[in-house]
Write a protein that binds this ligand. Structure first.
Ligand SMILES: [Zn+2]
Length: 415
């Protein structure tokens, strides 16, 4: 067995064990605090709601554990057990050759991954989310979403894959720089097209009607230096009762999008505070930082890919004896997360720091107390756990725990 095969298996197993251990810690921490509502939430969250949030978190953690194990098994099946080699042989047998065969193999592997994840999506949506009263999607809408998602993924990804596979053997030693440039262009194009062309395929958007809510939103946006090009309400309630808000767009002209479920749950001052937090992410350049970081990561990724393309051991060590650029691309994309495990906690840590900074920004430009109250309502209505395990949080959480955020907001108010 090649030593790289051994390294891959060891790291995959270690990552799996670590994640399962963290999930176990999370379940224990949540269960230990199930019967007592933490102090800042005591008035707003009933003991029943708190216990339900604990049960919801535990149910999701269990399904996540199963998903992790299944994902690791599938990865072994596709790589070392010869799954990708078999799919590639099959597309050859179907009569595909050259570039078309590469695209067909990548597409078929993507389809296999999607189908393997489907039972977990169905379980999560129709068992867990339904059991806790969040799910509003129907099997018909779910199937339609799936079909639309599949068509969109094929329309977006297959041309990009074709372009990369075309470049790899033709663009000389520096092909990876061209590939990276194509990738960068593609991501910028996608961030432009997503809110305009793709999101409307899944949800209905309408302008927020004139009134106190709209006035509050627009005046705050102007105070923070944004000229909102549209304040939209999205019918998130079609699928789920979870609430959210986000911004889209490049440059100064931003589109503000609220989930209808968020506007129903919060008072105007609270909506303003949530918006101030989102505006903070832009003003403090968190969004620009994320774009630059992802482009830099892609640059490093393509450089490694170019190096692996010249390494004769890489593909055979991962189960593909006679591969080409397309199997190289697949093996790289599928196995890179195994080797990049430590980057997860690092990016979660940066993200949590950004959340605190956006909270501080919101406290300066809107009412800190209103933001704290909005957070209480959002955590309550989303049935998010208030008592996560600290290590689990450090490893996975993109947002700091609710109690710490609220403590900071209320401490800032006293100071
Ligand atoms: Zn945020």
């Amino acid at each position: 067995m090649h030593s790289f095969t051994v390294l891959f298996i060891v790291l995959l197993a270690a990552g799996l064990v670590l994640r399962l251990w963290l999930l176990r810690r999370q379940v224990r921490a949540v269960r230990a605090h199930r019967d007592r509502v933490p102090e800042p939430f005591a008035g707003a969250v009933t003991p029943e709601q708190h216990a339900r949030a604990a049960d919801y978190t535990i149910a999701r953690a269990r399904s996540e554990a199963l998903h992790l194990v299944a994902g690791a098994v599938l990865l072994l099946l596709l790589t070392i057990a010869g799954g990708i080699a078999a799919i590639d042989a099959w597309t050859g047998w179907m009569g595909f050759t050259g570039l078309a065969r590469g695209v067909a193999t990548v597409g078929a592997t993507g389809l296999v991954l999607m189908l393997a994840g489907l039972p977990f999506d169905i379980w999560s949506t129709f068992r867990i989310e339904s059991r806790f009263g969040f799910n509003r999607t129907t099997p018909g809408l779910f199937a339609l979403d799936l079909l639309k998602g599949l068509v969109i993924a094929a329309c977006l990804m297959l041309p990009l894959v074709a372009l990369l596979l075309w470049l790899m053997p033709r663009a000389g030693d520096r092909w990876w720089l061209w590939a990276w440039a194509a990738w960068a262009l593609f991501s910028i194009l996608l961030s432009w097209a997503w809110p305009r062309l793709i999101a409307p395929l899944f949800n209905r958007f309408r302008e927020l009607e004139n009134g106190p809510m709209r006035d509050a939103v627009e005046s705050l946006a102007r105070d923070c230096g944004f000229e909102p090009r549209g304040v939209m309400v999205m019918d998130g309630s079609r699928r789920s009762s979870h609430g959210n808000a986000y911004f889209t767009g490049l440059g100064r002209a931003k589109r503000i999008v609220f989930f209808d479920t968020l506007l129903e749950a919060l008072a105007p001052a609270e909506v303003q505070a949530v918006l101030a937090h989102e505006l903070g992410h832009f003003r403090l350049r968190h969004v620009a930082w994320r774009i630059v970081a992802s482009l830099a990561a892609a640059f490093a990724g393509f450089a490694v890919l170019a190096w692996l393309a010249k390494a004769p051991w890489f593909q055979p060590a991962l189960g593909v004896a006679a591969g080409g650029p397309h199997t190289l691309l697949l093996l790289f994309a599928l196995t890179a997360p195994v080797f990049l495990l430590p980057l997860g906690p690092l990016s979660a840590w940066i993200s949590r720091r950004h959340e605190y900074a956006a909270d501080e920004y919101a406290a300066r430009h809107a009412d800190a107390r209103a933001l704290a109250e909005a957070l209480v309502k959002l955590y309550r209505d989303n049935t998010a756990t208030l008592t996560p395990d600290p290590l689990y949080t450090a490893f996975h959480a993109s947002h700091p725990p609710a109690l710490l955020r609220i403590a900071r907001l209320t401490a800032g108010r006293r100071a």
